[in-house]
Structures are given as structure tokens and as C-alpha cells.
Design a protein around this ligand. Sequence first.
Ligand SMILES: O=C(O)CCC(=O)C(=O)O
Ligand SMILES: [Fe+2]
Length: 236
Amino acid sequence: MWPSIITIEKFLDDDDLDTIQESIDAAAFVDGAVSAGGGNLDVKNNREMAAEQPYVEIVKLVERAIRRSLELNFSVFPRAITRAIVNRYDEGMSYGMHIDSPVIGFMAQQQAYGSFGQNYLRSDFSMTVFLTDPASYDGGELTFASPWGSRVYKLPIGSAVIYPTGMPHEVTTVTRGSRLAAILWMQSMIRDHEQRRQVSDLNVLAQELLALDRTSPLALKARDLAANALRLAADV
Ligand SMILES: O=C(O)CCC(=O)C(=O)O
Ligand SMILES: [Fe+2]
């Protein structure tokens, strides 16, 4: 069964967003074709931030936000993440229905960093962090062809959506303004979706019991169970 699509409100805080806006204003953008994977070149029409200083600042903030998000860590259990891409869709741009590469780096024409096979990452989850106020653009909806039907996401600035990477998705044409987002891929410590869900439920339960009473024997038992379940399942 597919894992569900997760949304995280205020994934980035106001300070992060202020710094990011300064970086965006200072940045140069190049053709997004440089990172089109697995035969998606024909449907990809967007731009992405050049790999220069303002971009490095954004990558740092996004990574810090990943580390501090309990919700993300206890649902994805990230083992490795790609560097974020900051993409941009101006009026008339879109990314047609596609699926992302199952292994980032594998058969990549443009991004062959290092020797062959280095830096491969199994993409269990994809993530979009919205960097534009939705009132300032029309269109640009991240839309999934999910097993539960079509699902549309156009979230507030600073919010994020995380989805299982195999799920077909598109970004519809922007018809007014510009839509910017940071996107990245994550490999989970736990490959199997059902097993990951179990470990996740246990860890969330333990957190909730500990929040009620950090010293209750029940909470401590749940903590140990959750930790041991993760230790058993984690492939690190
Ligand atoms: O901009 C987005 O929200 C998603 C972009 C995307 O699907 C991709 O780059 O593979
Ligand atoms: Fe995609």
C-alpha cells in the first residue's frame, strides 16, 4: 500500500523565509533541464536557482528545518537527502505529469559528480517546500494522480508536502506571477512502507506518553519499545 501524502505546516519559520527571500532576490536562475531525470525532459519547463552563494544559504536552511521537524523525522526516518533544488515557474511554465527517478544519480546525464555510482540515493520520498505566497500566483498546483484520485496541493509559503516518490504528479501551468519551491528527495532508513509505518506509530505513541508524564513506567516502556523497533528496522 502507498504511504500517505504528508503535509507539514510552517516547515520553515518567518526568519527562514526572510533570509530565503533575500537569497531569491539576489539569485540567478538557469534552465531547469539541467536536473531533468529519467526521460522527463520533454515535460519539464521551468527554471532553477544557479549553484551560487544565495542558493547555498537556502540549502542550509532547508536542511536545518529537516533536522528539527519531529513530524518529518518520525514519518520518513531520512537516511540521506539530496541537496535541495530551488525551482521557479514563471507565467506559462509547467511540469507535465511524470514520475521522479527511482534512484537519483543513476543514468543521470547532467549530474555525474564523482566516480561512477557515487552519491546514488534511492528516492523513497519527494518533498516540495513552498516558497511563494499562493495569493501571488495563479495555477502552479502540485497535482497527484494518487490511488485515491486526483489530489491538489497549493500550500501557504513555508509549508511542505512529502509524497512517495513513485506517485505520478505534475505542476500545472502558472498563469499569473511566479511560483518558487525547494524540492528534494529522501532515502528512508526503513525501505518497507508497512514496517516504516509501524515504527512510526510506535515512536509517535511513545512521544505522546512521554509528553503526558516523562517518568511513568508505561511511557518508559513505550520509549524502549519504539527505540528497539527502530534499531531493528533501521538500515544505516
Ligand atoms: O515544483 C514542484 O513542486 C515539484 C517539481 C517536480 O515534480 C520535480 O522537479 O520533479
Ligand atoms: Fe517530480
